[in-house]
Ligand binder design. Structure first.
Ligand SMILES: *Cc1c(COP(=O)(O)O)cnc(C)c1O
Length: 456
């Protein structure tokens, strides 16, 4: 086994194709349903906001999809990303387990999100689109898309969830520096925003509402398309560079994963990390445990219902079969803004439903406790979202300490927390609240889930 601290791949070993798990899911993915027709969405309905290349990827039966050379060129600014062996953390915990983290925080915007922002900008540019509109929660997606659009001379318009806009002014500056336009959502620029402001002028916003605004802006303008940073099949597809590189790196290290875990907001870093591992597991080639980690304040996989629901608050987007807390669910303002979404990627939900993936939820304080331990051992300050994965990593390592098992535990380190220091400040001063979403509130929001017949 390798004694490296960092397992690095050469440029030439970067994957040349993304892995598409769609044809290999345990049961076929239920189609998205159009709110207008009540029938499966047709490619035509998606053309108002997405380019053909991405619509094809969304439904593709091909297991491998080539990464365009122009996208690879930009990927090479930070990819392949390193896989670290967390030796200091292992020592601090006294665990016999081998702990690894795949560091997606080395991208210029600081998270895994440019892995999909770059190809999305590329395919839109090729289709003759000059503007992309989008939403952002914690600001990572908006900065990733601003970063990507900048390389293709496109304008990026970002609807940023108001609580994050206020909590994270530096993310906004980052977006402006890469040339993006940023508005705190709800805004008075769209019908969706104006309606939300009428109901509650002090609304802190939510990712679902910001999506409504960004989709409306794209659907009502010829030269503008919409870009989503998570949830959709093509997003998870692009993120599989993470898992594919990790597999090569573990092989280089002479190791094999017993546990793979990551945090889940909409499921993209997790889905991209675990897809190739899930394939091996479904093929009977490994019995790797795959664990999705989410916040207790937004417990989609652990407390949600597996039903068709809208992707946004207003009910403009197609309905998808997923675990959901109800599209009207307004999560509390926890610091892991990127994990405050009512639904999850249908691909991930399919894997959870069919028990290929298991899910677990944590509250904020134990999450930050693990993050600070990580910062004091491995040196890197994890994003609050990522810190959920770190809590999972630490708990799995502690389990091994009890049982003496020498497992290899691999986590996706989705991003660094340099723009989230206010959250660390709150934690270090003992001001963070542990919030568990009350059962009856979940049931209340679930009442608004539309009734949809399962398509045959
Ligand atoms: C956006 C984000 C997440 C959550 O999004 P997913 O689609 O679930 O990956 C997690 N970590 C970081 C650092 C993020 O920026």
């Amino acid at each position: 086994m390798s004694d490296s601290y960092r397992i690095v791949l050469d440029d030439k070993d970067m994957p040349k194709a993304w892995y598409n798990i769609l044809p290999h899911l345990p049961e076929p993915l239920a189609p998205p349903i159009s709110p207008a027709t009540g029938k499966p969405v047709t490619p035509d309905e998606l053309r108002a906001i997405f380019p053909d290349a991405l619509i094809e990827q969304e439904m593709s039966p091909e297991p491998w999809i080539e990464i365009p050379e122009e996208v690879q060129e930009i990927y090479r600014l930070w990819r392949p990303s390193p896989l670290h062996r967390a030796r200091n953390l292992e020592k601090a915990l006294g665990t016999p387990a081998r702990l690894y983290y795949k560091n997606e925080g080395v991208s210029p915007p600081g998270s895994h999100k440019p892995n999909t922002a770059v190809p999305q900008a590329y395919y839109n540019k090729k289709a003759g689109i000059s503007k992309l509109s989008t939403e952002t929660g914690a600001g990572q997606w908006g900065s990733a898309l601003s970063f990507a659009c900048n390389f293709f001379d496109m304008t990026c318009t970002v609807y940023m969830v108001k609580i994050s806009y206020e909590q994270k002014p530096y993310r906004r500056v980052l977006m402006h520096t890469w040339g993006g336009e940023v508005y705190p959502s709800p805004t008075d620029r769209t019908n969706a925003g104006r309606e939300a402001l009428k109901k509650n002028p002090d609304s802190l916003g939510s990712l679902g509402l910001a999506i409504s605004e960004a989709v409306e802006a794209a659907a009502t303008s010829e030269d503008t398309n919409y870009a989503l940073g998570s949830v959709l099949n093509h997003v998870l597809l692009h993120q599989t560079v993470i898992g594919l590189e990790t597999q090569k790196q573990l092989e280089l290290a002479g190791d094999k994963a017993d546990v793979v875990l990551g945090c889940v907001g909409g499921g993209s870093n997790f889905g991209g990390m675990v897809a190739p591992f899930a394939k091996e597991k479904m093929d009977g080639k490994s019995d790797v445990e795959i664990i999705a980690i989410e916040p207790k304040s937004c417990p989609t996989l652990t407390k949600g219902k597996y039903e068709y629901d809208f992707g946004d608050t207003m009910g403009l987007t197609p309905m998808m079969l997923m675990y959901t807390l109800g599209h009207t669910f307004e999560p509390p303002g926890i610091h892991a803004g990127g994990l405050r979404y009512h639904g999850d990627a249908p691909i991930l939900c399919n894997l959870v439903k069919n028990k290929v993936v298991e899910a677990r939820a944590y509250t904020q304080n134990p999450v930050f406790e693990a993050a600070v331990l990580f910062a004091r051992t491995e040196g890197i300050i994890p994003a609050p979202e990522t810190s959920h994965a770190i809590r999972g990593l630490v708990d799995e390592a502690l389990k091994c300490k009890e049982t003496g098992e020498e497992k290899a535990i691999v986590c996706c380190f989705s991003g660094h927390g340099h723009f989230d220091l206010a959250a660390y400040d709150a934690y270090l001063e003992g001001k963070l609240q542990d919030y568990e979403y009350p059962e009856e509130k979940i049931l209340e929001a679930l009442k608004d889930v539309p009734k949809v017949e399962m398509p045959k």
